[in-house]
Design a protein around this ligand. Structure first.
Ligand SMILES: NC(=O)c1ccc[n+]([C@@H]2O[C@H](COP(=O)([O-])OP(=O)(O)OC[C@H]3O[C@@H](n4cnc5c(N)ncnc54)[C@H](OP(=O)(O)O)[C@@H]3O)[C@@H](O)[C@H]2O)c1
Length: 319
């Protein structure tokens, strides 16, 4: 297939592109700058320069494609993001999704794939959920655009027969993700505390495994109409256990605790609500429908690998 990838140069996209090419697809990667054009060409993709916020341009750029993948994000990379820092991400989720869905319909694509987040299940006091559970009715501001984005996609599934798959990913980590490396650096310096009592349950996925699930979805090329799949690893983990494990792997002291009210002052109330949300997300449907399983089934294997690569990259300065 000819596969159009928005977000092809990102942490996730850089892994998806070679995976798709390896499965015999031709990849057209969207990027905004000529610098990233070189990156895409080195990965073996055909680069096309454009912007998600130019809907007509996106339709033209993807006119010869059979599948469209929305993997673009703009998660704030500043240490203390305010609501203003999240507006770019909200636009990518709402305007970007509208543009890509319209392009997929106009171009009669066989697949539209939407990256989403398992955080949409909200706080369930640590209980198990699967795709038959509804997303939370009340979500913190920074997640509302993700819920809106899913509604846009599902609306076009029922009205126009959009052949869409929504993948709800656990929280990504990899040695080359800005968020993961700043977490490692923070834990190493004793500046990455556990917020609250550390009993909140998180659902993680290594970015390599997230990318593999995307490649499987494209290569299966089965008819799709609004399938939602959770893509998380096999073992939801309490924050305290996760951060202690990372500290142990880095061979540094375990993180201390920070009361939620102080964390709210530091990183904002919305983000703290997200970080304190506790839910266990099942991945059985993705395994069954995609024949996918994570190479890093738990945070232990995944973070051992990510810490090692991150430390190797830091050279002799490493932990
Ligand atoms: N489930 C999760 O936990 C989750 C989900 C998403 C992201 N994240 C985290 O967020 C971080 C960022 O990940 P990422 O790879 O998505 O981001 P990234 O590495 O910053 O890349 C963002 C991608 O989106 C594209 N993009 C942004 N704005 C665009 C626009 N207006 N038009 C077209 N393309 C646009 C960029 O393209 P160009 O710059 O080339 O134009 C780039 O390919 C990662 O550390 C990841 O772990 C986590």
């Amino acid at each position: 297939m000819n596969v159009f990838v928005a977000g092809a140069t990102g942490v996730l996209g850089r892994r998806v592109v070679p995976g798709l090419i390896g499965d015999g697809h031709h990849v057209v990667g969207l990027c905004r700058s000529p610098d990233n054009q070189d990156t895409l060409e080195r990965l073996g993709a055909e680069a096309r320069v454009g912007d998600l916020f130019d809907g007509e341009g996106v339709k033209k750029l993807s006119a010869d494609c059979d599948a469209i993948l929305h993997l673009a994000t703009s998660i704030p990379k500043v240490p203390r993001p305010t609501r203003k820092h999240w507006t770019g991400n909200d636009r990518i989720r709402i305007e970007g999704t509208t543009a890509l869905v319209s392009a997929a319909l106009r171009n009669n694509c066989r697949l539209y794939l939407q990256q989403s987040v398992a955080l949409l299940y909200g706080d369930r006091d640590g209980s198990w959920v699967d795709e038959s559970d509804p997303v939370a009715e009340r979500l913190p501001g920074i997640l509302r655009s993700a819920s809106e984005m899913e509604k846009i996609v599902l609306g076009h599934v029922s009205r126009d027969g959009l052949p869409a798959v929504i993948l709800r990913f656990g929280s990504f980590y990899s040695h080359d993700s800005v968020q993961t490396s700043s977490m490692f650096a923070g834990i190493r310096k004793g500046r990455f505390p556990v917020i609250g009592d550390g009993r909140a349950i998180w659902n993680m996925v290594h970015v390599d495994d997230a990318a593999a699930a995307i490649v499987r979805t494209v290569s299966l090329a089965a008819p799709r109409g609004g399938t939602i799949l959770n893509v998380c690893d096999d073992e939801p983990v309490a924050v305290r256990d996760l951060l202690d494990f990372i500290a142990g792997t880095l061979d540094v002291k375990k993180p201390g605790n920070m009361p939620p009210f102080l964390a709210r002052l530091a990183v904002g109330a919305d983000l703290v609500t997200v970080l304190l949300s506790s839910v266990r997300v099942k991945n059985a449907k993705a395994k069954g429908e995609l024949g996918w399983k994570p190479d890093y089934p738990t945070y232990r294997e995944g973070f051992r690998q990510a810490v090692k690569l991150w430390s190797d990259q830091r050279g002799t300065d490493g932990p």
